[in-house]
Structure formats: structure tokens, C-alpha cells
Write a protein that binds this ligand. Sequence first.
Ligand code: CUA
Length: 341
Amino acid sequence: MKPGTRRWSRWPVAAGLAVLALLGAGCAADAPLTTLEPEGPIGRQIDDLWRIVFYLAVFVFVVVEGLLVLALIRFRRRKGDTSEPAQTHGNTRLELGWTIAPAVLLAALAIPTVSTIFALAREPEGALPITVTARQWWWEYDYGDGAITANELHIPTGRPIRLALESGDIIHSYWIPKLAGKQDVVPGRTNHLTIQADRPGTYLGTCVEYCGLSHANMRVKAFAHSPDDFARWLADQKRDAVAVTGLAAQGRRVFESKQCVSCHTIRGTPAQAKVGPDLTHFGSRTTFAGAIFESTEAELRRWLEDAPAVKPGSKMPSGVADMGLTDEDITALIAYLQALK
Ligand code: CUA
């Protein structure tokens, strides 16, 4: 055995294990960001197209690699064979064949591809319009009539949703894999994306265009409700903030006397700034700050104490260091935010 031979023989094993690990991770049953389990007609159209392309590609792979392996075995050099193989140059029939066959395949693939692209671009009838504005690093949803929320999208089931995607700063990209494809969000223009969910449930998504430090912390959480539940939710969101008492009222005083008020809106109060998310119904959300933190007291406390420490690059300043919030202020603020149902 030549030196080093043993070491090299380990490579196929290592490569095999790496591929297995990747496959295993990709096939996890509860993978939230998978396009392979579409949950609505838009997702299914994309999945159907993917399947045609995939199985055709598998067919081409098997034929090409099969011929290659067959040639390797059949025409291999045998023991004691010293003669030179027959030399040929050019084969018109063969060359025509391998030019025409791929051209026909590509033309056949173009038919479902182009028709799906046009079908997805069309604005469906009876769609619910929602304006989505991407910002570093969160999403704003405007349902019209003053109903503005952040990070968590709510939609009715069984109805197409027409998202108008705008950017408040740089390029982002919107993606809820089970409901639709990706769509870039570009400053200065409005892109459109149709999504639709069959059943009530939670659908996760994320920003898929690198947009700075906290790109990975710019998630999407979408809730699909029955049309009745959705109508109730929307009616609630259109209302001004509820009146608060006790500790929450103390929190409101902190909110309105500190910098909070110069960035956020809480409808029905003096807070009317548009830099950060609209917090009017913050207490009705399950997550915050790009849907990366659960709306619990502990997470809110970490956030209010020092936002940039828990979300790199956050425009929200550090509560303790920059805004001079005391422990008591933060406790009151949490009570206020959680009361904003
Ligand atoms: Cu927004 Cu990446």
C-alpha cells in the first residue's frame, strides 16, 4: 500500500456522512420552512411545476449517467489488450440527436414554466389587499382603515391575499414557503405577491435577501383564520388602543415621557411616530422584534433593557444605557405593552 492511500479512502465515507446529514436535516418532518408541503393553491402550483422539472431532470440524469457507465464498462481496457481502440471523428446522427433532444425537452419544460409564471403574476379576483413594508428588521402590515400591525400577518383562509410589497430602506425579500414563492422587496417600487392558505394555522417565513446585521432576525409569522375569526381580528385591530389602569397606566406615563413616544404609534394616545412598529395592539401579538422573541415578560425585559444586545444593529436604543429606564420603569412598560390587547 502506498503511503497516504488509507487517508484518502476515508474521504468517500466522510462525504457520504455529510450528504446523509444534509438529507436528514432537509427531510425533518416538522421543518417549518419547506416548499415541499404546500398548504395553499399558490404553493401547490409552484410545487406541481417543481415536480415536473425534478422528475424530468432525474430521467435525464439516469439516461446520461447510465450511458456513460455502460460505455465505461463495455469499452474498458481488458487485461493483455494492447491494441489502440478505433478512432472516430464526428457522427452526424449522434450530434443531431443530442442537440435536438435537449432542445425538445427545454421547449416542453417552457410550456408549464411560462404558464405558471403568468398564472402567479395575475391578480386573482376577490383578493384581500394588504400593504407590507419591509424595514430593518421587521415587517409592517397595513390593512387599510388604520389597521396597522407588525411582524405577524393575519389572513383569512380560502381567499387569495394580494400583498403589495414596499421597502422603507433597502432590498429585502418576502417568503412564506408553504403559501407562496419568494418576492423581492425593493425601495422605490411596489412588487406584488399572492398568497393563500387552505386551513387555519401558523405559517412561518423569513426575509430571504441579505439586508444587514439582523437579516437572520427578520422572520415572518403568519396566522390563517376562518373568515369569521379573521373579520373579528381585523375589527379589533382597527380600534384605538384600550384604556389602561394601575401599573399599565404608570407604564403609559413612562412611554409618553421617554423616547418611546418619538418612534412608535399607539393609536388613541399622543404617541404617533412612525419609526418603529405600531404598538396599538401589541398585547395581541405572540412575538415581537421581527418575530424572533416570544411576547413574554422575560423576553420583553431583556429587550427593553438592551435591545441592541439581543438583536444586533437594532434601531431600538438600549433602555438602560441610552434611555435611562429604571427597573421600575421597565416593569411598568411591560405591563402597559401587555395590556394593549
Ligand atoms: Cu430583510 Cu434580509
